[in-house]
Design a protein around this ligand. Structure first.
Ligand code: ZN
Length: 305
């Protein structure tokens, strides 16, 4: 028994020695070695639920040229922070995403072209959303043929705008409220229109009286500035990497497609155009195909770049 135990220790030492040599040669030696490039993976907010925006942050143990990731089937391109080997990416979890544990897959490419990979399991909790009944004009519930054509034309404009590619984030620091009024607790609400049509409210309503100046929540490029059937007069700003904010039901639009806007710059005036029950500002936040809670985004501390 003693001899066999001794043999075992010796073979264990040999295995350890082989692993050490492989490490020196820079060859992969199991999972621990593959993860060596990632020092810390974190996110905020800490508690993630369906409908949360999320800032992923990755600290590397050595410099990298590129950091990429995959999250809920969407690709992430990380941006390097000013100092250290910290990288971040702004992403989201759709309001209709079922809760569960999901893999955040990461890869970093070093200056020598060598890639390191890791996978982090991230828990998504269920969102807590209510149901409400609303009454709007009948044309918004059962649109006629001409209106259906208009809705289809609006969709073409939106699809083109959302496919717009800006490779780098244009936002800097936290997002700010577009109007000086408190938001309502309306994101994610399951809504019945005239007792018939059910839909999910994919944004937050601010009780802004008509004529309130509406400002950009962050730096970006205007990708939509026109009237739409449901949204009314709408401005959409692309903040880079398909992270967009949408401002709906405006009485007046003061920007045009292609304009670069800064955080706090005026986009127009709030109003009651499109499918509304009264004057308000609807703010939507969309990342790739995902709609997230604007109120959570407005409270999220973000790097200045
Ligand atoms: Zn709304």
């Amino acid at each position: 028994m003693i001899l066999r135990h001794h043999e075992y220790l010796r073979s264990l030492r040999r295995v350890r020695w082989a692993a050490f040599v492989l490490l020196l040669l820079g060859l992969p030696a199991g999972n621990a070695q593959q993860n060596a490039g990632f020092r810390l993976i974190s996110w905020s907010p800490l508690r993630l639920e369906s409908g949360s925006p999320v800032l992923f942050r990755v600290e590397l143990s050595r410099p990298a040229d590129e950091v990429h990731g995959t999250w809920l089937d969407y690709s992430l391109v990380f941006t390097k922070a000013h100092e250290g080997d910290t990288w971040y990416a702004l992403a989201g979890i759709d309001v209709e995403q079922a809760p569960g544990t999901f893999a955040l897959e990461l890869s970093a490419t070093g200056p020598n072209g060598r890639e390191v990979h890791t996978i982090k399991q991230v828990v998504v909790l269920p969102g807590r959303y209510k149901t409400t009944m609303l009454h709007v004009e009948e044309k918004y519930v059962e649109p006629d043929a001409a209106t259906l054509q208009r809705i289809a034309a609006d969709k073409v404009v939106k699809d083109a705008a959302f496919a717009h590619q800006i490779s780098q984030p244009l936002w800097a620091g936290s997002f700010r409220s577009p109007v000086p009024f408190s938001p309502t607790d309306s994101f994610g609400t399951r809504r019945m229109f005239n007792g018939k049509l059910a839909s999910i409210h994919r944004g937050t309503d601010f009780h802004a009286p008509s004529g309130t100046p509406v400002v950009a929540a962050n730096d970006g490029e205007v990708v939509i500035a026109q009237g739409m059937f449901y949204e009314g007069n709408m401005v959409v700003i692309d903040h880079g990497q398909q992270f967009t904010t949408m401002y709906m039901h405006l009485s007046k639009i003061e920007v045009k497609v292609g304009d670069r806007v800064s955080k706090g710059e005026r986009l127009g005036l709030s109003g009651a155009t499109g499918r509304v029950t009264g004057p308000h500002l609807h703010l939507g936040v969309r990342w790739q195909g995902v709609y997230v809670d604007p109120v959570v985004l407005l409270g999220l501390p973000l790097p200045k770049r």
